[in-house]
Design a binder for this molecule. Sequence first.
Ligand code: DGJ
Length: 730
Amino acid sequence: MITFKDNICQINTLNTSYLFTITKYGDAMQLYYGAKIPNGEGNVLIQKRSLLLVNSLYMDKDVSYGIDDMQFEYSYAHRGDSRPCAMTLRNENGEVFDMVFDCYKIGENPPTKLTKSHGHSDSIKLVFKCLNSDIIVEHWYLVYEDSDVISRFVRVINNSNCELDIFKVMSMQLDMEYNGQKLITFNGAWGRERYKNCHEIAQCRIVCGSNTGMSSAECNPFFIVGEQTSSNTKGDCFAFNLVYSGSHEISVGRDSFDNLRIMNGINSDGFCYKLAKGCEFVSPESVITFGKDGYNSVSQNMHKFIENNIVRYKGTIPIMLNTWEAVYFDISYEKVSQIADKAKEMGFEALVIDDGWFGVRNDDTSSLGDWFENTAKFPNGLEQISKYIQNKDLKFGIWLEPEMISENSDLYRKNSHWAIKIDGIREIVGRNQMILDLTNVDVREYLINSISQIIEKYNVDYIKWDYNRRFSDIAGGRKSGQYLHEYIMSLYEILETLTTKYPNVIIEGCASGGGRFDLGMLCYSPIIWTSDNTNPHSRAHIQDGTSYGYPISVMINHISPSPSHQTARATLPQTVIDIASVGRMGSQLDITKCSEQECDIYSNAIKNYKNIRNIIHGCSFSRLSDGFVQNDFVWQAMDEQCNNGFITIFHKRFNTVSKSLKIKLTGLNADINYNVYDRNRNFEITAKGATLMNVGLVLPQNYQGNEKNSNSLMLIDDTALTLTIQAISK
Ligand code: DGJ
C-alpha cells in the first residue's frame, strides 16, 4: 500500500514501512525503513538541520542543507555528495547533471522484463528531470506486500540530442544511521559456495561482487545488514538481493557523519553503457526486506518472495537420478537403461542424462555446440532411451551447456565467429571452451531452434542448463561492462522464449555447481544445482549459507557416493540422505553398483522423502543454530499451518565430553501438543508447542540418532539426524 500525502511517501507492507520525502531542492530524502508505523506520522521523522560545523558543501547558500549529511534515496555524481554515488552519467557536454524531482505516479506497470507478471501489489515511480539536459531518470518502487519485500530499480531515458554514457548505475541506494551494524555477505568458490562472512563496517567502504559475467560462487548478490548483536533469531535486519545473473556490485559504507550508505546493482568496474539519443536503459531490480527478528525473519521474507514472485514454474519437481557422478562421460544406452530399471524400482521419478551424450564428447575437450547424439553411445538415437525411460513412467531429462562452444566442434568449424574471442592476442580458455556471443541474433535463433528441436524430438521433460566458464576476452576496457550486461539480457531473452514455448519443461540451473545461484536464473529455472560438492560436511555449510537468501525448495541436493568424489571424506549413508533431504532431493549414485542393503537404504530414503516433500515448498524454514560458528547446524522446516515439519541436525565433530543438545523450536502453536521423534522412534517425546519453544527440545546426551541405546555409541564425526514434528491434539 502506497500513500503520498503532505509531501511524504509511505510504502507499507504487512509488517514494514518505508518513508521518504521530497526536499525543497527536489531531492528524495530517506526518512525511515523498518517495522511498520502508522500513516500520517512521517513529519516527526524529518530532522531539523542547522548550520554545518564542517567543511561540507551545501545547496544554494542554504547552510542547513549539508549535502554530505543527507540521507538521499538516490545520489548523482558530481553534485556535492562526496560519498560514492549511485549514478554517474557523462555526455559530450560534460558530466554534471542537475537532477530534480518532477512528479510521481502510483500504480503504473513497471517497464522491467523480469518483473512482468510477478504479482507486485502496488508501484510508485518518481520522475526526476535534468535541469541542464533532456534526460529523465525514473526511480521505481514495487511493493510485494505479503512477503514484506520492496523492489527498486531505475530507468534512464535519454531525450537529449547526444549519446549518454552511463558509467555507473546502482539499482538501489539506502541511506540510514549507523548504529554499529555489521554486513554479512555470502562468499566462496567452486565447491564452497555461499559461506557466511561477517564484516565490521568501519568508516570506509566495503565493495564486493563479481566481475566475471556471472553472479558467481565468489560473492552471491544476496547480503544482510544487521544490528551488531543480531543473530538468526534476534535483531533488526535488512536483506538485499538483485534480480540479475551477471557481474554485480554490493557497496556498503559509513561516512564521517555516521550515515550508512547501502547500494547494489550492476558491477561498475569497467561499466559504461552507451545510451543513444531517444533510447532508455532499465536497471535490474534490487530486492530489499526488513525483519525485526534476526536473520531468520529476513530469510523467511525472501523465501516467500522467491516462491511466490520469482519462480514461475509451479509444477511438481520430480526426485531425479542424475548420471554425472555415476558414469561421468562413460555414458551409453546400455548403462542408462540399466540405471533406469533400478531407478524405477527404487522410487525415483526422473532420469537426467548428464554430460557426454552428444557429438564426440568423451571428455571436456570437445563437442559443445553439437547437440546431436553420439551414435557410438546411443546407436538407435536418443529417442530410444527417452522412450525407454518414459515408458517406465519416469521423466526424461537431458544436460545441455547451450551458451558454450568447443573449438573441436562442428559448430565452431562452421561458425567460428560466433565464439567470443579477440584475434591477434593470446587466447584464454576455461575448461577448454569458449562462450558463444549471445548478443548476436543469429546465435540466439540457432540456440532457440536447436533446443526446441531437442525438446520436441526427444520429448524432453527436464533440462539441466549448465554454464562452466567465466568471461575473459571481450573487446576490453569500458565496452566490456555494457557487453556483459547485454549478454545477460540476451540470455534472458532465450530463456523467456523457451519457457514460454515449453512451460512444462523444467529447467535446472547450474554453473559449475552453484555459480549462478541468483534471482535472475530462478525466474526461469525453478531449481538450481546448489554445488558440485555433495559431501555432507561441505554441503551443510553450503546449504545453510544458501538458506539465508533462498528457500530450500529451489536447492537441488544429491545423494552421492561415499567417500565423496570432491573431498574424499567418508560419511554414513544416512547422513548423506539427511542433508540431501533438506531441499530437492535427488541422487548421482551409480545405483547399478549399490549392494542390496544400500539400495534398501536409498529406496527407504526416497519413500521417507515423499512423505516430507510437500513441506519443502512453502515451508517456514529457520536456522536454529549458527553452524558456521558452532559444532551443529540445526534446521527446522514447518508447513504453513505449523502442524507438520522436521528438524535436521548436522553434527560436525563428535565430542567425547559434551552436554545434551537443547534446541528451542520456533513457529509452533503454543497450545498444541506435538510429537517429535526420530526415524526409528528411538527417541520420541510429546510436549506442548510452548514448552518446545521456550524450554526447548532436550536430546539424549551423546545422541547421534542411530543408536538403540547409549551402549552402542561410536565416535563418529559428521553425523546427521532428522526428527519429525507432528501436531497431535490440543
Ligand atoms: C558441471 C556441473 O556442475 C556438473 O554437475 C556436471 O553437470 C558437469 N558440469 C558436466 O560437465
